[in-house]
Design a protein around this ligand. Structure first.
Ligand SMILES: *Cc1c(COP(=O)(O)O)cnc(C)c1O
Length: 248
């Protein structure tokens, strides 16, 4: 079932990307948080390589944190699996995560200079050859974490100027409203992300094509692509609704 749902999403991403005039489809991050490795494996066997994991606030504090979950899932998947970390990362966990997950491709949720520095140090210490891609989380008040859009430039500038070559600044991510489907605020949020990218590009002398936008989830990934998203993070549509359960 998972592979079938994945195929449907891949197809919709391709169609929405073509409609948006993209030369290549937006990247699909299959978000397998709370889901067993078997389901991820089904996607892998169907040819998918990019997976997202996070640390979600809504999960009971009695449960193991998601970053540990990623460090557990990573060795259980083939080595060419590409992992995107999409949750809030505490800077004191940076080292563990980088060390335990050689396939870590992107941290989408960098929200402080401290975290960027810790990640860069961790990459050097782990002897990573490939720069670790990072995005600045510009969700601001829409989530508990993330920087306000007007602070994105300063953080991006720090990453570009102080954290290379260990880190490679790849773009901006935004988490939408909880009911992401129809409210006009969501479109404003996506439009805001685009203008934030323009600001960052102006300030750092980068071309917009070099700075990705990560926006769009199950409820709105097609419209997010039409709004210019380069990276969509789709979980429940592929893997089924998440059951957070209750710790007994
Ligand atoms: C869980 C999660 C997603 C995927 O959400 P779905 O609605 O299940 O597609 C995307 N982005 C982030 C940051 C998430 O935490």
């Amino acid at each position: 079932m998972t592979a079938k749902h994945l195929a449907e999403v891949v197809q919709k991403v391709a169609a929405a990307s073509a409609r948006a005039g993209r030369s290549a489809p937006a990247r699909l991050v299959a978000v397998g948080k709370t889901k067993p490795v078997e389901q991820l494996r089904e996607c892998y066997d169907a040819g998918h390589r990019v997976f997202g994991e996070n640390y979600a606030q809504e999960r009971s504090i009695h449960w193991s944190p998601y970053d540990r979950e990623l460090t557990e899932k990573s060795p259980a998947m083939p080595p060419d699996t590409r992992w995107h970390f999409i949750g809030h990362l505490q800077s004191n966990k940076a080292k563990t995560l980088v060390k335990a997950v050689p396939g870590l491709a992107m941290i989408e949720t960098v929200d402080s200079v401290k975290l960027a520095n810790r990640l860069a140090d961790a990459c050097v210490e782990a002897g990573r050859v490939e720069p670790l891609g990072v995005m600045v989380n510009t969700s601001g008040e829409a989530s508990k974490h993330g920087v306000e859009p007007n602070a994105a430039t300063a953080l991006a500038s720090h990453i570009v100027n102080e954290c290379a070559p260990a880190l490679a600044f790849r773009g901006l991510m935004t988490i939408g409203m909880p009911d992401y489907t129809s409210r006009p605020e969501n479109f404003e949020l996506l439009a805001k992300a685009r203008s934030t990218r323009d600001d960052v590009c102006d300030a750092l002398g980068l071309d917009a094509t070099e700075v990705e936008l990560s926006m769009g989830m199950s409820g709105d990934y097609e419209s997010a692509i039409s709004m210019g998203s380069d990276n969509v993070r789709v979980g429940s549509t592929i893997f089924g609704a998440r059951d957070y359960g209750e710790k007994k």
